[in-house]
Ligand binder design. Structure first.
Ligand code: SAH
Ligand code: SF4
Length: 384
């Protein structure tokens, strides 16, 4: 079987080229062809010797993901659904904004964390994505959009690991993908423009700080352990005190950065004034350092199986005011791509729809939309 070169970061590719008897600078050339120029065909790599191109053609390939469907929102948001085999699909969402373009990337097919308010969590876990499958979402989006806009300039300026799955539960495959995003010979994104969002896998937060300290978003959603145990079951293993301590340790590796705390607003569950005051105390109790974190309040996107409701806009604003008045930088996530259900864990809305993926794909090809999806707001405005 030939190897997919999208599975390698630059070091990996250099090692692979060495096995083929090639020098490191050839790996750099090849890497740039793949990621900067979007090449998938070795014949187009004109500055590589013919002998190397032939060697590569018989030993390796550059394979993206199979596209199931694309949905374009009136606000410019684009959602792609990809087939990852064995009846699984994942999604990536592009969110264009003034002066930047953010890509929301998936890390797993499904998720094992079982957060109550998350449709992906209700769907359960299928499998980890490979490095190539994580990167293919960026590779595809970047080069598709460049072609569409007829430009050689970079289109995706920010990546958020906020699609399907818990990225830190797929650490081994995630790290090389992050490295390619940051590599100057790859996508050249600064580490503040790549965000990993986690429900709180404490040991892996520490590892990420050591290995690749990109921007960190932590899905908090609760102001005390009892509530968080209920909403984010991972909290039973890694309670708030441990999680917040890990966040502060992380900042030692990412100086002048801040942690973004995501907080999904659930009516009568975690959205009362008392919760906001408790959050202020919680954050204050950790450190005397000011401005080490920011809050991003997410209006909940309801789905029937959750049994939960979205807080009213008024409640969200009142909650935000308590945090802001206490000196905590707080933003409210705005809705993007509503008309195309452009949300992380999109297929999760199909939890009760046990239609085989092949049938769903056929349906989408015919009708151009998913049979049923839940929605989630996009979070980009408060990220670095
Ligand atoms: N697993 C990671 C990243 C993917 S989820 C994490 O949990 O952080 C990305 C964000 O969407 C998280 O903050 C998550 O809490 C939020 N989210 C999940 N389901 C949601 C829903 N139904 N409505 C609003 N936000 C949701
Ligand atoms: Fe998984 Fe994140 Fe959803 Fe929780 S919120 S179930 S960690 S994808």
């Amino acid at each position: 079987m030939t190897v997919n070169l999208l599975d390698f970061d630059l070091e990996g590719l250099a090692g692979y080229c060495q096995q083929l008897g090639e020098k490191r600078f050839r790996a750099v050339q090849l890497f740039r062809w793949i990621h900067q120029k979007g090449a998938r065909d070795f014949d187009s790599m004109t500055d590589l010797a013919k002998s190397l191109r032939l060697k590569l053609a018989s030993n390796a390939h550059i394979k993206s993901l199979d596209l199931i469907s694309q949905h374009d929102s009136a606000d410019g948001t684009i959602k792609w659904l990809f087939d990852v085999g064995a009846g699984n699909a994942i999604e990536a969402v592009f969110i264009p904004e003034e002066g930047r373009g953010t890509l929301c990337v998936s890390s797993q097919a499904g998720c094992a964390m079982a957060c109550r308010f998350c449709s992906t969590g209700h769907q359960g876990f299928s499998r980890n994505l490979k490095t190539s499958e994580i990167l293919a979402q960026l590779w595809f989006a970047e080069h598709f959009l460049r072609q569409q806009r007829q430009t050689d300039d970079r289109v995706v300026s920010n990546v958020v690991m906020m699609g399907m799955g818990e990225p830190l539960q797929n650490y081994t495959e995630l790290i090389p993908a992050l490295r390619v995003m940051l590599d100057d010979h790859g996508y050249g994104l600064s580490r503040r423009r790549v965000t990993v969002s986690t429900s709180g896998v404490v040991p892996k937060i520490d590892a990420l700080g050591q290995d690749c300290p990109v921007a960190l978003a932590v899905s908090l959603h609760a102001s005390n352990d009892t509530l968080r145990n209920y909403l984010v079951p991972l909290n039973i293993k890694y309670p708030l005190a441990d999680l917040l301590a890990a966040c502060l340790r992380y900042l030692q590796h990412a100086p002048r950065d801040f942690i973004t705390f995501e907080y999904c607003m659930l009516e009568d569950v975690n959205d009362q004034d008392a919760h906001a005051h408790e959050l202020v105390r919680l954050v204050r109790a950790q450190t005397h350092v000011d401005h080490w974190c920011k809050f991003n309040l997410i209006p909940f996107n309801p789905f029937p199986a959750s049994g939960l409701r979205r807080s009213s806009a008024q409640r969200v604003l009142a909650f935000a005011k308590i945090l802001t008045d206490a000196g905590l930088v707080t933003t409210v996530r705005k809705t993007r791509g509503d008309d195309i259900d452009a949300a992380c864990g999109q297929l999760a809305g199909d939890v009760q729809d046990r239609t085989p993926i092949s049938v769903r794909m056929a349906h989408q090809r015919l009708h151009g939309s998913t049979p049923q999806s839940s929605r989630r707001e996009r979070a980009t405005e408060s990220l670095p």
